[in-house]
Design a protein around this ligand. Structure first.
Ligand code: NAP
Length: 284
């Protein structure tokens, strides 16, 4: 029997999900299919009724990560606390929801040789990705998490949510060069969760001087993977800092999803190389 998986979203054309999951499916040497399914916000209910049950599972991207939750028979605790689902497994006619973004981020950090336990983090941005990551780091024993955002009300909301969910107090503030510099002084890992520097976005950080406040062994992690090296990462590398873009996190959240679909542990490093080759192929 064919293993059928898919990714749903709007837009969906540029999704790299097929590059990730095809590497795993191919290695099983059994028939498979991985589809990109364009599902607009008002057609999510139709997708659930008509298509989803023919699949073994599907990945979920914008704009459905929260709205999908009303259709699911089970939502795991991490996805519930993030209020977002990016992975749905179809099992015995039931739809089971998970969120693998936090775990993907954590594995990317660990893979670089950095630890979360006892570390100090500065997170820039307070949207969906920042919330997921802050919550994961809080549960993984981070010593201090500071979240700086352009809009204070969003970061206040994030802070309340983390306090209520895992009883962890994060530091918050407005995103400014001075504030980043101040908090960078004792920071081990700086994570950019804003779209500043992303391909197709004209805005960028106006000043990178805050990078000079970081310790020489700090990691600068930009969630963006297109372009592969943002101005933030270029400037960090110029200062001799260790850098990482968002590709590892993207790959690992996909592999964690595959572990859920196939109910087995996967060798991440083995698949990572195959996935990177798949991504390079489609760029040509
Ligand atoms: P989101 O929910 O829309 O949140 C965006 C955040 O960025 C908000 O805090 C927003 O601040 C801030 N922001 C937006 N434009 C800004 C600007 N011009 N100046 C300063 N701050 C700005 O988005 P998201 O889902 O969290 O994604 C954030 C980034 O992470 C994107 O680049 C996305 O591609 C990337 N990402 C990567 C992965 C991966 O696997 N590598 C996974 C998820 C996301 P306000 O509250 O003020 O609007």
């Amino acid at each position: 029997m064919k293993t059928k998986l898919a990714v749903i979203g709007d837009p969906i054309e540029h999704s790299l999900s097929p590059c990730i999951h095809s590497a795993v499916l191919e290695s099983f040497k059994t028939p498979w299919e991985y589809q990109k399914i364009h599902v607009t916000a008002n057609k999510l209910g139709d997708f659930i009724k008509n298509i989803s049950y023919g699949l073994c599972g599907f990945n979920v991207t914008m704009p459905h990560k929260t709205t999908i939750m009303q259709y699911l028979d089970y939502i795991d605790s991490e996805a519930k606390s993030f209020n977002a689902v990016n992975t749905v497994k179809v099992k015995d006619g039931k739809l089971l929801g998970y969120n693998t973004d936090g775990e993907g981020c954590l594995r990317a950090i660990l893979d670089r040789g950095y630890s979360c336990r006892g570390a100090n983090f500065v997170i820039l941005g307070a949207g969906g990705a920042a919330s997921t990551i802050a919550l994961k780091l809080a549960t993984e024993g981070a010593n201090k998490i500071t979240v700086l955002n352009r809009t204070l009300s969003s970061v206040e909301k994030l802070s309340k949510r983390i306090k209520n969910t895992v009883n962890y107090k994060i530091d918050i503030g407005l995103l400014s060069t001075d504030a980043i510099s101040k908090h960078c002084k004792d920071c081990d890992i700086l994570i950019n969760c804003t779209p500043l520097g992303m391909q197709g976005i004209s805005e960028n950080f106006s000043d990178f001087s805050f990078l000079s406040s970081l310790k020489s062994d700090a990691l600068v992690f930009d969630l963006i993977y297109s372009p592969p090296e943002t101005c933030l990462l270029k400037e960090a590398a110029k200062r001799g800092l260790c850098t990482m873009n968002g590709l590892d996190m993207l790959i690992y959240q996909g592999l964690v999803a595959d572990e859920i679909f196939f109910e087995k542990q996967l060798d991440f490093l083995f698949y990572k190389d195959a996935i990177i080759r798949n991504i390079e192929k489609i760029k040509k």
